[in-house]
Ligand binder design. Structure first.
Ligand code: HGY
Ligand code: MN
Ligand code: MN
Length: 406
């Protein structure tokens, strides 16, 4: 049974994982940054070494294409992302991109003759930390947002994505969406606790939860922290705290799979002895059920309306909103069969995280393969998956890709 070159894959994961470390050793490769460029350059070098055609589109999505005898056939696309969050782990996204390249190199070396081209993609700005929405490059590829809108996106640092892509040399010339996939596969770490808790090495991901990202701005009145009676305050900071507590306590009490996260918050003027005149914070809401997700969005909106009656001004910006996605059952079954054929345990599951696959599912049959995350931890330097688990997942990707490309 053909197997991937484990040392080559593991070595590349570690080599890419060393790119983009800051002075404190934190891994940060935000979309279209200088460190993202370093990671991109390393990946493109490996694509060229593998003899693949390299194509880069106008929003910086990178494709490595193994042309088949019949170039007219729609390609099998394997992908993920190599941009990271702040202080990231080395596996999120990178594992799936490098495993995709590994699968192509293994198939080529094995003499496999594909009936269709096989391509690997690294999509721009999957994480959405510097520019929103997340899964941006794959959303453009799937036709969910136009390239001009994305190229004009203004980052949290005031930069403009299109200018940054040009600056780092990844404003490509291919038209986004030029590659219409026959099918799409994504291998990813689970980033959650399920597979490890159940000692199951492979996840056949059948669906992915809906995501709602909002930025809330509450404006009150700055005043002296010592002389202003509590009854006379328009305290934007207290209003933000009440909102956050209302929403998170409500969701915790619901016992539903809904999750809510306030990952960023800032006050103005941000001084110890000044009642905040402004509070700006983000809310990441997710649920596999669209109706429940809408109900939580409505509860939050109603609470904010109530705040606005208290001499506070509230504004809401929707940063991202994606409905839950169901993946292709035929591919999910191929994943299960491949795992069983290699004597590996497998279970169907929902993805709690957003992934490029949810965008590609709009234009092609798509599904994902998960491998366990130690302690269920991700978006952290403590992110880890054992080498044997990484290799097992890549071999399942290999088997399913061979099925879809034969
Ligand atoms: O936010 C997410 O779920 C993904 O990591 N961008
Ligand atoms: Mn990811
Ligand atoms: Mn991520």
């Amino acid at each position: 049974m053909t197997a991937i070159d484990a040392q080559r894959l593991l070595g590349r994961i570690r080599e890419l994982g060393a790119v983009g470390r800051d002075g404190e050793g934190r891994l940060i490769r935000l979309a279209a940054s200088d460190t993202d460029k370093q990671g991109r350059d390393l990946f493109v070098g490996w694509l060229r070494q593998a003899g693949l055609d390299v194509a880069i589109d106008r929003v910086g999505n990178i494709f490595g294409i193994w042309q088949s005898p019949d170039r007219e056939q729609a390609p099998l696309l394997i992908g993920s992302h190599i941009d990271t969050v702040i202080d990231a782990g080395i596996y999120d996204g990178c594992y799936g991109v490098l495993a995709g390249l590994e699968v192509i190199e293994t198939l080529k070396a094995s003499g496999f003759s594909p009936s269709r081209p096989v391509a690997v993609a690294a999509f721009t700005n999957e994480e959405g930390v510097r520019y929103t929405p997340d899964m941006m490059g794959s959303l453009v590829h799937a036709g969910g947002i136009d390239a001009e809108t994305v190229l004009a996106a203004v980052g949290t640092d005031g930069s403009v994505l299109g200018q940054e892509l040009a600056r780092i040399g990844y404003a490509g010339d291919r038209e986004p969406g030029f590659l219409k996939p026959h099918a799409y596969l994504e291998l990813h770490i689970e980033q959650g606790p399920v597979l490890e808790r159940e000692s199951v090495p492979i996840g056949a991901v059948e669906n992915l939860q809906g995501i709602s990202w909002q930025r809330i701005t509450i404006d009150g009145v700055a005043n002296h922290a010592g002389t202003t009676p509590m009854s006379m305050r328009n305290d934007a900071g207290h209003a933000a705290a009440r909102t956050i507590t209302f929403l998170l306590d409500r969701i915790k009490a619901s016992n539903a799979p809904t999750v809510a996260t306030v990952g960023t918050i800032r006050f103005e003027p941000n001084a110890i002895n000044v009642i905040p005149s402004r509070a700006v914070f983000t809310i990441d809401l997710r649920d596999p059920d669209e109706q429940r997700l809408q109900a939580e969005e409505a509860a939050l909106a109603a609470y904010l309306e109530q705040l606005a009656t208290e001499n506070l001004t509230v504004s809401v910006e929707q940063l991202a909103r994606f409905e839950p996605v169901i993946f292709d059952l035929r591919i999910v079954e191929l994943i299960e069969a491949a795992a069983k054929n290699r004597g590996l345990g497998v279970r169907r599951m929902t993805s709690g995280a957003g992934h490029d696959a949810q965008m590609l599912a709009r234009i092609a049959p798509a599904a994902m393969i998960f491998v366990p995350s130690t302690g269920g931890i991700s978006h952290s330097p403590r992110e880890h998956t054992d080498d044997a688990e990484l290799v097992a997942g890549a071999n399942i990707l290999l088997d399913v890709a061979a099925q879809l490309a034969k």
